[in-house]
Design a protein around this ligand. Sequence first.
Ligand SMILES: NC(=O)c1ccc[n+]([C@@H]2O[C@H](COP(=O)([O-])OP(=O)(O)OC[C@H]3O[C@@H](n4cnc5c(N)ncnc54)[C@H](O)[C@@H]3O)[C@@H](O)[C@H]2O)c1
Length: 272
Amino acid sequence: MAALEKMFNVKGKSVIVTGGASGLGLAYAEIMAEHGARVCLFDIDTDGMNRVVADMAQKGWDVWGQTVDVGDRPAMAAAFDAVAAKHGRIDTVFANAGIDPGPGFNTPTGERNPDGAIENIPDEQWDRGIEINLTSVYVTVKNAVRHMKPAGGGEIIVTSSIAALINESIVGTSYMPAKAAVNHFVRHMAMELGAYGIRVNAILPGPFITNIAGGRLRNKADRAAFESQSLIGRIGDVEDIKGLALLLASPAGAYFTGSLIVIDGGSLTRMT
Ligand SMILES: NC(=O)c1ccc[n+]([C@@H]2O[C@H](COP(=O)([O-])OP(=O)(O)OC[C@H]3O[C@@H](n4cnc5c(N)ncnc54)[C@H](O)[C@@H]3O)[C@@H](O)[C@H]2O)c1
C-alpha cells in the first residue's frame, strides 16, 4: 500500500454516523464508505435514509441504515448492538445528528422575531433542542464506549458548531448553550478515554448548505447573511467537510484528541 493510502486508510472499519441521511452526516458516510469502510447510518428519516443507502449501494459501497431517534435511549443501545453483531466491532462513531431548535430572536435581515424571543420559547422546544443537540451526544458516546473499550480503542467524532463559540441571533436559543456544552463534553471525554485508546474530537462547522432549519441556507436572505461572514466569500459545501472527517478517522489523525477543529471559511476569524 502506498504511503499516502496507508496514512488515510479506513478500509474495513465499522463506522456509525448518526443523522447520516443528509448534509454533513451523509458527507461523512460517503467519504468513509468510498474508502472501504462499512458504514451504518442512524436517522429518523427512514425514506431519506433508504434513498441515500440505495444510492451508495449502487456504487458498490458497504452501507446500511437503521431508523433511530437519537433521543430514544433504548433504541440507541439496540442499534449500536445491531452494528456490533453485524460487523463484529465498532471502530468509528460520528455523533452528528442535530437540529435547529426553532427561530432565533432576530430574522436574517435583522428585525426582531417575537417567536424566538426568550419569553415565547415553548418549553418543549427548548427541551428537544437540548435532548438532540446535547444529550444525544452523551448517549452516542456512552454506547460507542461500551463497544470500543473492550476492543481496545476507537475514534469518536462529534459535530459541534462555531455557534459553541459565538452567539447567532437567527438560530434557536438553546442551540448555542447545547453546542458549547458539547465542546466541553468532548474535551472531558478525551481526558477520560485516552487511556483506553479512544480518541474524541469535535468538528466545529461554520455555515454549510444542508437541510438543517428546512434548508434555509438555500434562501437568498439567509445565505447572504452567512456569506457576508466568510473570509473567502462563500459558505460551505458538504464536500468541504470530507477531508477533515477522513483525517480524524484515519491513522493520519492518530495524534488528535480533545481537539475542537473549526472549519468555517474564516467566519469565526471575521466575527471575533
Ligand atoms: N449546516 C450547518 O451550517 C451546520 C453548522 C454547524 C453545525 N452543524 C451541525 O451539523 C450536524 C448535521 O447537521 P446538517 O447541517 O447536516 O443538517 P441536516 O438536517 O442536513 O442533517 C441532519 C440529519 O440528522 C437527522 N436527524 C435529526 N434529528 C434526528 C434524531 N432525533 N435522530 C436521528 N436523526 C436525526 C435528520 O433526519 C437529517 O438526516 C448537526 O449537529 C448540526 O448542528 C451544521
